[in-house]
Design a protein around this ligand. Structure first.
Ligand code: BES
Length: 462
């Protein structure tokens, strides 16, 4: 049977596949920092060349932001399998604080960590290592059988980590070209070590930056302190008011329209045996900080959050400066769930903050990304085929799970292209994505490639 031969080829080719991934990891494609624009473009070129080499009709598509890579495999397909659209992102998060990395983030290496072999580099898990699992699976099918068992279009984004500003116009303009029966997205994690999961619900996102201004200029804190209002004090009050003592978010109307978790799904999640304490232990914590009375999985998968991602103002350099600053700033993001409208909440948040300004202080807002939560309809047969393929590859059967993170493209595939997404990925909770010393397990890379090879095999029904 050809699948067995394809899987054996993947095993034999693992070192070469790892070397190819290392080439991609060496390109510092940080999308959010304009200093790296040339490197983002270089990563797009590298991928398009790689896909062309596999027989795809691949091209780099410019946008007003970073380029997209689109590759069509219609010529490669045999049989009557469905048309699928594969998605991954080739941009990465910034590396700072650089001093906390034990080695150069863009000089990938294989190391031992807790008895496992891991690939260490920025983007190893999020998302270069993951997107290459799919490309390598295609390579193995092509090399072994001369063709792909299904019609595959590959769509790779270079702006995911910076809020995808070009994505919606691109999807709208290329809707006919990109529409397939279903999307396959590889940008999520395993449920637990050895336990694969298909994510059926993702949280949405709302990002706001606020600047509170008090005095016209920075002031001497002895000459003016006591009589002049300090904008850091005002900002802190607002941020402290975001949650009550039970972890409930205080913006009026924030929870309006959120449905209670379906009891059947809740029972299924409870059956996964998640322990918040065990999850928090490795990062040095022990107490769940979300809404009182909710399970840990509900807090991460089905309840919204408000988090302060950054706060600054006044003097933060070495030594001390007795300043009463003119401005105070914060970046705040909300993870949203089904039923919440990001733009309505943006207005509600702004009204709520503005109403808390004392005399002499004003507030200005800069809006960043906004995307609704994504809920998948799992009735397309590709969901069960993927679940079966993952269950055959991994030691434990695959589960349908939620995800605390946000992958805005999944929602847009649904609203703009009318496609549901099968979200299957192989990251681990300790991969340190967005953090120093990011890694991807060699096992995730290897079994990830084998997983997609199995999924492709099932699509053709061969
Ligand atoms: N791969 C992540 C999403 C993710 C996070 C999946 C955690 C599984 C577990 C994705 O690349 C990501 O980080 N997305 C951003 C989107 C944001 C910038 C709009 C996120 O969730 O912060």
């Amino acid at each position: 049977m050809s699948l067995d031969a394809v899987l054996s080829r993947i095993d034999a080719d693992l070192d070469a596949a790892t070397a190819r991934l290392f080439e991609l990891l060496r390109i510092p494609s940080i999308s959010t920092d304009p200093a790296y624009d040339g490197d983002v473009a270089k990563a797009a070129d590298w991928l398009a060349a790689e896909l062309t080499g596999l027989g795809f009709e691949a091209s780099v598509r410019p946008t007003t932001g970073h380029p997209m890579v689109v590759a069509h495999g219609a010529e490669l397909a045999v049989g009557a399998g469905p048309h699928v659209l594969f998605y991954g992102h080739y941009d990465v998060q910034p590396v700072d604080p650089l001093e906390l990395w034990r080695r150069d983030p863009f000089d990938p290496v294989i190391e031992e960590q807790n008895g496992k072999r891991v690939i260490r580099a920025r983007g190893a898990a999020d998302d270069k290592g993951q997107l290459m699992t799919f490309i390598e699976a295609c390579r193995a099918w092509k090399a072994e059988t001369g063709a792909l068992p299904a019609q595959v279009t590959i769509f790779l984004e270079g702006e995911e980590e910076s809020g995808s500003p070009s994505l919606v116009p691109f999807l709208e303009a290329q809707a006919d070209e990109l529409r397939a029966e279903v999307a396959l997205i590889c940008d999520t994690g395993l449920y637990a070590d050895g336990v694969p999961g298909i994510v059926t619900q993702l949280r949405g996102m709302l990002q706001e930056e606020i600047t509170v201004t008090g005095p016209r200029i920075d002031l001497h804190s002895g000459m003016f302190g006591g009589v002049a209002m300090n904008p850091i004090r005002v900002l802190n009050r607002v941020l402290a008011n975001l949650h009550d003592d039970h972890g409930v978010i205080q913006v009026p109307g924030f929870y309006d329209g959120i449905p209670e978790l379906d009891p059947e799904l809740k029972a299924q999640w409870d059956g996964l045996g998640f322990q918040a304490e065990t999850f928090l232990g490795p990062v040095g914590l022990s107490h769940p900080a979300g809404e009182a009375g909710r399970s840990g999985l509900e807090m991460i998968w089905s309840r919204p959050t408000a988090e302060v991602n950054g706060i600054w103002g006044g003097y933060t350099g070495a030594g001390f400066k007795t300043v009463l600053p003119s401005e105070a700033h914060a970046k705040i993001s909300f993870r949203l769930v089904a039923g919440q409208d990001p733009e309505r909440l943006r207005e509600a948040f702004r009204d709520w903050v503005t109403a808390q300004m004392p005399p002499d202080c004003s507030v200005a807002f800069t809006g960043h990304g906004a995307s609704p939560a994504g809920m998948m309809d799992t009735s397309h047969p590709i969901f069960e085929k993927t679940r079966a393929a993952l269950s055959e590859e991994w030691p434990t059967e695959a589960a349908y799970i939620g995800c605390g993170g946000s992958i805005p493209v999944a929602g847009y595939f649904k609203t703009i292209l009318g496609m549901d997404s099968v979200l299957a990925g192989f990251g681990q909770d300790d991969d340190a994505i967005h953090s120093p010393n990011e890694k991807y397990d060699v096992e995730s890379f290897h079994r990830g490639i084998r997983s997609w090879a199995r999924v492709l095999g099932k699509l053709s029904n061969t």
